[in-house]
Design a protein around this ligand. Structure first.
Ligand code: ATP
Length: 309
């Protein structure tokens, strides 16, 4: 079931066209991730959908509901992770949850949320004494308290250490299991790859592509990179390189001393041919790996830009 439809959204701030023409649809239960470099227009897109920033053009529909006619009904359907500055240093997680719960007609139980975001042990600590990761988890808890159908998380893991990021990933997957729809922005490619049902790459206010992470990666993986090294001196690598050059599936080989990097359309056939040869010659292959393509490769391919966190 389609829960959100965004059509031809546009937004400028003075001369800056933050969002040029953005359209997409999100289905119930999806983790839909918007990725893009700094200033790509992710936050502006999210804030228009959340009703915080009015679009210059375009429309936003939550099923049959739109912001002009059904603002109150939409507010009950969505949960927005508050900026950390919207929290009160002297209140505890438990008190925050009770305060935010009072804004909604229906709530999820406080204990369940504390458990989901791993804050049960810290529920009575003042927020000023919580770590960055604990505060981020509380922000997600606050986005859940009104039992929304759709949860918006704007860069929830930025600035967290790897362990805290992974804890947040678990929480996002737990929300998905509750059949919540999650719309996420992130700077982290691995995060988008791990969590998303679909990824929307946005650059300079425009959508570059939208697809499942695997499908995006598959679109690129006509070729794979096989790496191997030999135990012997360079001769084994030099002679193997000559043999591999003859194979039509191999497009390029880089050699560095006893190491080879081979770009091939058919890694299995390439390795079989190579092993026939190395066995004949009694060369000892030391290490082999086949490099998997990542969403980062996809990003570079589509935008022509290097990815940077
Ligand atoms: N209130 C504003 N006034 C002026 N310019 C703005 C405003 N909000 C955003 N912009 C500009 O619009 C563009 C898009 O910004 P936005 O914050 O949506 O990007 P983003 O993809 O979320 O970036 P980041 O990853 O750095 O948060 C940027 O050039 C930004 O400077």
């Amino acid at each position: 079931m389609r829960v959100l439809e965004v059509n031809h959204l546009k937004k400028s701030f003075g001369a800056v066209q933050a969002v040029k023409d953005v359209s997409f649809q999100v289905e119930q239960g999806e983790v839909f991730t918007i990725i893009g470099p700094n200033g790509a227009g992710k936050t502006t897109t999210l804030e228009m959908i959340e009703g915080l920033v009015p679009p210059d053009q375009g429309d936003i529909k939550f099923g049959e509901l739109n912001w002009k006619k059904n603002g109150d009904a939409i507010k009950k359907k969505i949960g927005v992770q508050p900026q950390l500055s919207a929290m009160f240093d002297l209140l505890t997680p438990s008190e925050h949850l009770q305060l935010f719960a009072s804004f909604y007609d229906k709530n999820r139980p406080e204990e369940e949320i504390l458990k989901t975001v791993n804050l049960t042990e810290h529920k009575d600590k003042q927020v000023r004494n919580l770590s960055g990761g604990q505060r981020q988890r509380l922000a997600i808890g606050l986005a859940m308290i009104g039992d929304p159908e759709i949860i918006f998380l704007d860069e929830p893991t930025t600035g967290l250490d790897p362990q805290a990021r992974r804890n947040l990933w678990d929480i996002i997957l737990r929300l998905k299991r509750l059949d919540k729809t999650i719309i996420l922005t992130t700077h982290y490619m691995d995060e988008a790859e791990q969590l998303s049902d679909r990824v929307c790459i946005i650059d300079q206010g425009e959508i570059v592509t939208i697809d499942q992470p695997d499908a995006l990666i598959k679109r690129l993986t006509v070729e794979r990179e096989v790496r191997l090294s030999f135990l012997e001196h360079e001769e084994a690598a030099i002679n193997s390189e000559k043999v591999l050059t003859e194979l039509s599936v191999v497009s390029r080989i880089d050699r560095d001393s006893t190491q080879l990097k081979i770009w091939t359309e058919d890694p299995e056939y390439t390795l079989l041919e190579l092993f026939n040869y190395t066995k004949q010659q009694n060369y000892q292959v030391d290490q082999i790996s086949i490099r998997e393509m990542s969403l980062e490769d996809v990003f570079i391919e589509f935008t022509g830009k290097e990815w940077r966190d």
